[in-house]
Ligand binder design. Structure first.
Ligand SMILES: *[C@@H]1O[C@H](CO)[C@@H](O)[C@H](O)[C@H]1NC(C)=O
Ligand SMILES: *[C@@H]1O[C@H](CO)[C@@H](O)[C@H](O)[C@H]1NC(C)=O
Length: 398
């Protein structure tokens, strides 16, 4: 680049910055603080908010999964903290909060990473007087510790713990994770009427699907289907799940709703919402759909009668959830299962070959080799035959 072009560029940037409208635009940008924000749902949400020009402060342990070091890291203010170690010890965040003038306020906190009530208490304390709305990412597991008294789809108002202490304790033993997620919601609810109370919105999600899933559940099933000839364990579904419909939700649909909830009116305050696809496939349907999307002939699915039968979806026992409240109040309008299926299958097919995703791919292959087969070398052969991807040998990547 010649010197004169540098000068032109300098003038252009300088002029742009000094136009009052641009200044105003910078000041009026919405600001959100995100706990987590680097997993499947968190990264989809962060990317969605970046597209709407949000100003984002991201707080997590600093693991940049998939391609998020390129798509997210450069565009946010990142503060590295481990919430399990207490936010008190997170000096970067403490300094940042103290350095803020009063206001700027955060338009919202979006909390993807609280699994214990103390984590909610700590962030509320630290951010007291600085947040307008607390958006908590909860789970349909909360219903596992509650006394649902009907057989229909689970509704938000079913999240009521049994009254008797003894029964409550028994339900808690059924699902530790669900208990803690509900405790987090209860912590938020308990402070809303305080002078310093913060309104909250709890989003209760079933298993989240989409591209860049760190739980690897979808990818494992997809490779189990695709490489079934090279994997000892036959494709199988537990007997008790054979006819069981399940709720799932698409990460990008949730991201869209979160972007909207940030600016919605007070009618959504202090409410919990179920979010899920309209479709409720069984695990058997799910596997057949993957075969369709991969353009494969039908593969037999075995019934696994053992009590501890291997399965990755669904993670709850209570069955699918009702989303009519979200449709009414949040304009919930999920993408069709068919579209998400084809898009997600295509993503993981490409990801097998993409260098950017090698470490995730190798994790998935390792899980398959360890849990689904006695002949790991055959899986390596399958990858070569089906994808022309070379694993093992001299340049051992595994
Ligand atoms: C569940 O709720 C029903 C109806 O309100 C009640 O009769 C029953 O005792 C409750 N069960 C438990 C375990 O609390
Ligand atoms: C690999 O994935 C990255 C990130 O999604 C993408 O930008 C790139 O185009 C992909 N490469 C190939 C060869 O598909």
């Amino acid at each position: 680049m010649t010197f004169s072009i540098w000068i032109m560029l300098f003038h252009w940037i300088f002029r742009a910055e000094s136009v009052p409208n641009v200044q105003y635009d910078i000041l009026s940008r919405k600001t959100v603080l995100i706990f987590g924000g680097n997993g499947l749902l968190g990264s989809a949400t962060t990317e969605r908010l970046l597209r709407s020009n949000f100003n984002i402060v991201l707080i997590n342990r600093g693991n940049w999964y998939w391609d998020t070091a390129d798509t997210i890291k450069p565009f946010v203010r990142h503060l590295k903290c481990d919430r399990m170690q207490s936010l008190q010890r997170c000096s970067g965040l403490q300094h940042y909060i103290w350095s803020l003038d009063a206001p700027p306020m955060f338009d919202a906190v979006i909390d993807f990473s609280a699994y214990h009530p103390f984590e909610i208490t700590e962030s509320l304390t630290l951010l007291q007087g600085k947040i307008k709305r607390y958006i908590y990412i909860s789970s349909d597991s909360v219903y596992e510790v509650c006394n649902k008294t009907h057989t229909g789809l689970t509704r938000e108002e079913d999240a009521v713990r049994p009254k008797e202490d003894k029964e409550r304790e028994q339900y808690i033993l059924k699902d530790d994770y669900g208990n803690r997620k509900l405790q987090c919601e209860e912590t938020l609810r308990s402070q809303v009427d305080d002078v310093t109370g913060v309104p909250f919105v709890a989003l209760r999600l079933p298993d989240v699907v989409g591209a860049r899933d760190n739980t690897h559940r979808w990818w494992i099933y997809q490779l189990w289907v695709k490489l079934s000839e090279y994997i000892d364990k036959p494709l199988s579904v537990p007997q008790h799940l054979w006819n069981r419909p399940m709720s799932l939700v698409y990460a990008n649909d949730v991201a869209e709703v979160i972007a909207n909830v940030i600016t919605m009116g007070p009618q959504v305050n202090d409410e919990a919402f179920n979010l899920a696809f309209n479709e409720m496939p069984t695990l058997v349907n799910f596997l057949h759909s993957i075969m369709d999307a991969l353009n494969l002939d039908d593969i037999d699915i075995h019934v696994d009668e053992s009590v501890e039968a291997f399965h990755l979806f669904p993670s709850v026992r209570l069955g699918p959830i009702d989303t009519s409240k979200s449709k009414k109040l949040l304009n919930w309008n999920p993408t069709s299962w068919h579209d998400v299926l084809y898009e997600t299958v295509a993503f993981y097919e490409d990801a097998v070959r993409n260098v950017t995703f090698h470490s995730a791919r190798n994790d998935v292959i390792r899980i398959i080799q360890q849990h689904l087969t006695r002949d790991p070398a055959k899986v390596v052969r399958g990858l070569w035959n089906e994808y022309k991807v070379m694993l093992g040998g001299k340049h051992d990547e595994l």
